[in-house]
Design a binder for this molecule. Structure first.
Ligand code: URA
Length: 301
């Protein structure tokens, strides 16, 4: 195994155990909250380790011993469910706390060039582990650089990774319908994600991935300067607003980020799984429409 693969395997393994501070240059002990450190120091049961996600890249010697013929893993390697450390993760910084809010708005005529410069700065990014998680394309954004309304999702899925555009799969079709129901066309809004690379198996982006990528979404928001941002789902709301709260507690009120009003609603992928919540999402979008003085299209009879 080449050294980079070996290093990646170790990083993935530690990340699966909930150790995130490794990606920072500072002393990881400083970055991990006290409660998390305690939990990790008492969670060292050698046979109860969670199976690494990317075991294919682990060396043979480090793989758990398991008969290839066994229908089930042998009891010796059956791991207890890994402790849920997500609640112990630090609260992310809000987008407002990451950089001063610009006092000057980029002129409409300069926005395409400014966004191109951000895309160029991202380059063929290897700043976070998602660069090594099987991504094919960096999904920057789609839509109007002068949009009044911006949608922020979580991260690209398989269709987006293949096409290079956000929200083009099934969830994207539902988002298109939501936009149309608001009396807008997709080309009239700006669509981006918290992370620009597809997380492996569409898992939720991890703290280090989301916070590493934030700097670019922040610049995109500052350039586009939307009046309203709709945070689609808990991940978008968590990182934009720097909160760790339930979606239910964030819906139905206005928040702010980078000078824009922020509404929180359900992610279209969630609505596909639970269509009963579409009515609730529509209420959220109607509040946005009222705020922006948008009128829904007339229904043809
Ligand atoms: N889900 C997201 O959050 N973003 C996409 O671009 C596609 C699906």
């Amino acid at each position: 195994m080449v050294p980079e693969q070996q290093l990646r395997a170790y990083v993935d393994y530690l990340r699966d155990m909930g150790i995130y501070g490794l990606y920072h240059r500072e002393d990881p002990k400083v970055l991990l909250p006290e409660s998390l450190r305690e939990r990790l120091s008492t969670a060292t049961q050698p046979l109860a380790m969670p199976a690494p996600r990317h075991s294919a890249v682990l060396s043979v010697a480090s793989r758990p011993t398991m008969s290839p013929l066994a229908a089930k893993p042998s009891p010796a390697v059956v791991s207890a469910p890994p402790p849920d450390l997500s609640s112990l993760m630090p609260k992310p910084p809000s987008f407002d706390s990451l950089a001063p809010i610009p006092t000057h708005i980029i002129l409409a005529a300069d926005r395409v060039a400014a966004l191109d410069a951000v895309r160029a700065e991202i380059g063929d990014c290897t700043r976070c582990p998602l660069a090594y998680g099987g991504r094919h394309t960096i999904v920057f954004a789609d839509g109007d650089p002068n949009a009044r309304l911006m949608f922020v999702g979580e991260g690209p899925g398989a269709d987006e990774d293949a096409s290079g555009l956000p929200f083009v799969g099934k969830a994207g079709q539902l988002l298109n319908n939501m936009i149309a129901a608001m009396g807008l066309r997709r080309e009239e809004v700006y669509i981006a994600n918290i992370v620009k690379c597809r997380p492996p198996a569409n898992r939720t982006p991890e703290f280090v991935e989301a916070t590493t990528c934030s700097q670019f979404l922040l610049k995109q928001i500052d350039i586009v300067h939307p009046e309203v941002i709709v945070a689609l789902g808990a991940t978008a709301a968590t990182y934009l607003l720097g909160v760790k709260q339930s979606l239910a507690s964030l819906r139905g009120q206005w928040h702010t980020a980078r000078g824009a009003k922020v509404a929180v609603t359900y992610h279209p992928a969630f609505l596909l799984r639970d269509p009963r919540q579409k009515g609730e999402a529509w209420k959220d979008l109607q509040r946005v429409m009222a705020e922006m003085h948008l009128t829904p299209p007339k229904r043809s009879t």
